[in-house]
Design a protein around this ligand. Sequence first.
Ligand SMILES: NC(=O)c1ccc[n+]([C@@H]2O[C@H](COP(=O)([O-])OP(=O)(O)OC[C@H]3O[C@@H](n4cnc5c(N)ncnc54)[C@H](OP(=O)(O)O)[C@@H]3O)[C@@H](O)[C@H]2O)c1
Length: 310
Amino acid sequence: MKVTVVSRSGKEIIKGGIELNDAATVAELQEAIYSRTKKYYPSRQRLTLPVQPGTSTKPVVLNPKANLSEYCEKNSTNLTVVFKDLGPQVSYRTLFFFEYLGPLVIYPIFYYFPVYKYFGYGTERTIHPVQTYALYYWCFHYAKRILETFFVHRFSHATSPLSNVFRNCAYYWTFGAYIAYYVNHPLYTPVSDLQMKIGFAFGLICQLCNFYCHIILRNLRSPSGNGGYQIPRGFLFNIVTCANYTTEIYQWLGFNIATQTAAGYVFLVVAALIMTNWALAKHRRLKKLFDGKDGRPKYPRRWVILPPFL
Ligand SMILES: NC(=O)c1ccc[n+]([C@@H]2O[C@H](COP(=O)([O-])OP(=O)(O)OC[C@H]3O[C@@H](n4cnc5c(N)ncnc54)[C@H](OP(=O)(O)O)[C@@H]3O)[C@@H](O)[C@H]2O)c1
């Protein structure tokens, strides 16, 4: 089989094309492209079938596990594929590790070190119990997320563009510093003891529920991450599609009830908007995948993220 690899503008990427045996897979083609270019390792490559000029259909993305012959015209041993460089990639674990490490390190700096003198305040500071509990709560949350990244989640995508590390770190690190600054501030006014207890207790319960949701999602896949997307069932997933996001939002609500800062509530709103957007897409994907046709199960009626509103 001869494979011609072209760029989206039609320029040949590998001069003279690549000869492979007829039973070769897309993954083998990717390896062959890598060995010829020495730059584009497989996870950097996006291979699609050419689209007829003038049509608005989305190009078919080649599945690395599929045989190349599946994409050939009948009885043909020639194939043209369109190559796109996705840019440098990092593993999902690396991405998540760095985005969560920032808040885990930055927040305690505001609690333990005399940083407020650089903002024009004296070094004397009374630490209220709520500020100490908030530190524990915060660190527990981000340590949990890092541990879940390495020991719980089974990701289906191997890598993410390196640029996402900078974007996601900017989001998490900036919000971490913003909230830490106000919760640990020398002029911080604590809420009542009862409100603090209710907030942290509610938040902790939601964090535990969030952990359990992640275990349910984990069990939908094999250890290698195979298994695609399944209908999550059991516990809160019987009510809401993205129960892990619901519990994530509510645990931040618990933190904010206990600490009560505008910065914390701004983060809550931004995080809820982001997760709502993702939840709508996940809900749509599951409804499309499980449409009840040709023997496929039908996706049950469920809320998307925040019952009884959405
Ligand atoms: N505070 C914030 O701003 C914020 C924002 C986002 C997330 N979070 C927290 O971080 C956690 C992880 O976020 P995420 O966006 O990665 O969550 P997610 O997309 O729901 O995924 C969690 C894991 O479960 C897998 N999964 C999800 N639905 C599945 C299904 N139907 N069948 C099989 N596997 C499925 C995912 O696989 P794939 O690899 O295929 O995706 C991923 O490995 C959230 O639950 C939340 O607690 C916080």
